[in-house]
Structure formats: structure tokens, C-alpha cells
Design a protein around this ligand. Sequence first.
Ligand SMILES: Nc1ncnc2c1ncn2[C@@H]1O[C@H](COP(=O)(O)OP(=O)(O)OP(=O)(O)O)[C@@H](O)[C@H]1O
Ligand SMILES: [Mg+2]
Length: 448
Amino acid sequence: MPKNHIPKEICFKLFKFHAMKCFHYFKDKSRSKGQRSAPELKEERKSEEYSGPDRITKSSCSAASPRSIPELYEEKAHNLRVFSFSELRQATHDFNLLLKIGEGGFGSVYKGSIKPFDGKGEPVVVAIKKLDKHGLQGHKQWVAEVQFLGVVDHPNLVKLIGYCAVDGERGIQRLLVYEFMQNKSLEDHLFRRVFPPLPWKTRLQIILEAAEGLAYLHEGLEVQVIYRDFKASNVLLDENFNPKLSDFGLAREGPMDGRSHVSTAVVGTYGYAAPDYVQTGHLTDKSDVWSFGVVVYEILTGRRSLERGRPKAEQKLLDWVKLFPADGKMFSSIMDPRLQNQFSIRAAREIAKLADTCLLNSPKDRPKMSQVVERLKQIIQVSDEENAQEIESPEVSDIEPAETEKTSNQVNVSESWKRRMAHLAKLGEHAEGASRRRLMMLQRAGVP
Ligand SMILES: Nc1ncnc2c1ncn2[C@@H]1O[C@H](COP(=O)(O)OP(=O)(O)OP(=O)(O)O)[C@@H](O)[C@H]1O
Ligand SMILES: [Mg+2]
């Protein structure tokens, strides 16, 4: 076996360790980038234990039961390239600071270029994450990342190309090699002023595709995967601004054998973790659904889930947006000013309503991610159809740009309503199917 291969026994031992040993930390994203620090280690809440059977030992797996991630990984591990440390050192010009593109709780990320798999053709540009020396905690996350990303395969999940693990005389080295994502993270584009604002359409695409990535993890694999760290910085953007989820170090297998949850130590990021999970340590797919709801509100508002620099009432995004309900007149005041009113208020309201269901107190009441995906598709389709129709009938759009936000006090309500109905009637002439039914419902609801 090559020296830098992860020995199988280590994987199993680590997963066993994962299953028994306590660890508990929380990342705080309310600080700005410059204030970042590594995740804090916090007091232990309870043992990290599966509520399902111990699926680490192969003997516990019958032929009929779904296979665990380590087992699936064994089958698929050959898809990953195993790099030597010197290859990756060369790829990054000895981890040159000029090639450093990011830093998170795990370590530093560098841009690099490696030889293609078959050694022929152009070098491949990659992102290389180098683990800081954070001991076993970091190593455990590294193993989880390799195993989960070695198993999953979806256009909205970042691709792991390979890894490097060497335990040499000069210490332990753990690295990960990913496909390079050209447009950094959603966090960068939403909150850093050096980037131009994300247009509305791009935001919709990101919300939908990120939801598809989560739905695949929850419902599209032999074993359910709970991501546990859904947040704007973990949504990377490719050259077309398609989102891909990254960072599987905290991912866990979902409950098995009809159990309702997995009991775990509480890990995640402040501002994104579901309150029920934080309070009880009971992890379900609905914990991810909550975090998704938080990120949706970040995308609508352009504000971070926690911003300590704001007035008290505005520091917690979820508390603040509650003051402006999706159905209310003042809803538009929460929308990201960088959108400069270039968005569909109707779609925004519907998306906020959907986010509200993701943020319901009881996890059971939250939708499944597949339901979220379906609803988003409907909202986006209606919004696209309306857009197209507005372009086709510019004279109507001139009279009432109904889909472009106006503050509620800009126009007299009944005048606005009349014009809106005229606009809807005009649109109705072209509307098909769902869109026509929706228009009819709106018209029937009719009196201002
Ligand atoms: N595959 C990639 N392609 C391009 N850039 C990447 C890639 N992976 C990470 N990055 C960059 O590195 C940054 C740091 O990523 P990393 O996941 O280490 O930290 P983080 O997500 O900001 O924080 P955390 O440790 O809490 O997850 C990202 O925000 C992104 O800009
Ligand atoms: Mg990350």
C-alpha cells in the first residue's frame, strides 16, 4: 500500500472514535472576515453516539440494510487520486501565499495546478486545502470529508479530486484537492463589497440549485446524509455562478431503522444551526432545512444571519425579518438594497414564505428538501413566465411595472390595484396552465 493512502483500518477506527468520543464546537460567523478565528472548542454536551446500530463493524450489516458511508466509500475510493505531498507542494509553489485563496476553520486553501490524471494534456487548475495542525479533531473532519465526498456525486456538490495523507518524520500532513470554483463563495458575493451585487436571477438559481444539492444528500442516496454545516461560505460558485456545496467535515449519516434522529454532540455554526438541534443534540435532515431557511433570508436581504455591528433589534437576522412579514406591506424593506429594486416582489414574497416554513420551530413541521425544490421550481417558473410576458407586452409594463418593487407609500393603493388588475388581465390573455390559474385566483380575490 502506498505510504500516503488512508489505511482502511484508520478509517474504521476513526469512525468508531467518532461514534464514541465527545467533541463539541461551534463556529461563530458573526465576526467579519478579518476577525475570523478557528472554531472554538466548547464544553461537551453529550456523547457523540448513533441512535442507530453501530454500523462501523461490517458484521452488523445485513445484505438488505443500506450500506454505511465507510462501506460505500470502500467501493468508490478508487475514483479519488492519491497525491504525494511533494506533488501538491509543487502544485502550489511550496504553498506560496500569493496562491492562497481562502482560510477557514480547517486550514488554508490554495489555488494550484496539477497534471491531468493520464499525464497528457493541459494542467488542471484545482483548489488545495491544507489542514492546520489541529490534532485529531481536524483529522476526523478530514476523514469525513474524504469519505462523504468520495461517495456523493451531484452537480451541486463540489467534486473532490483526491487527497494526500502522509505521516512522515516531519509530522502529519492532510490535504484535499478539489475542482477549482472560480467565483469563490456565496458569502463573498453577498457580503463583500469588492464584488458586484448578485443579480436577482442568479440569486434564484443559487437558492434552487443549493436546495437540489441538499435534497440529493437527504433523499437521493442509499444512506441519508445530513450536511450539518449549510451556510453561505460553504456554497461555492463556479464560472457560471452555479452553486456547489463544500465542506463535508461535519456531515453525518442520518438515522436508520426507523429512528427519528441521530443523537450527536452539537457542532455547526452560530446563526445557522437549528435551535432544536442546539438544545437537544437531536440531529435530523430538518436541521439542514432550518439552515437553508437562514441562508435564503441572507440571499434576500444581503445581511448575515448574525451581525453584531448593527443596532440591537437588527443583529439577529431572523428576529429582524419577523418584523416585516412576507404578506405585509413593509416586506420589501428587508430586501437587499444592492438589488436596486431589480427583482420580482411577488417571487420574493413567495420565497420568504417558503423560508418561513423551513424556519418553523418544530422540525416535523418543516418541509423536506424535495418539497422545497418543487415549490421553488413553481415560484421561479411563474416568475419567468411573467417576465417573458412583460417583455412581450412592453406597453403594459410601462403602465405598471408590477413585478418591480416599489415602496408601499409610492402609489395610492386603489389606483395601484386597478392598474395591477389591468396588467394581470393583459397577462392573462397569454397565460397558460398554472400561471392562468394563479391569475384567476388573484382576480377572484379581487377587491382592494
Ligand atoms: N474548491 C474551491 N475552489 C475555489 N475556492 C475555494 C474552494 N474551496 C474553498 N475555497 C475558498 O476558500 C475559502 C475558505 O474555505 P473553507 O471551507 O476552508 O472556509 P470557510 O467555509 O470560509 O469556513 P469554515 O471553516 O467555517 O467552513 C472559501 O470561502 C473559498 O473562497
Ligand atoms: Mg467552508
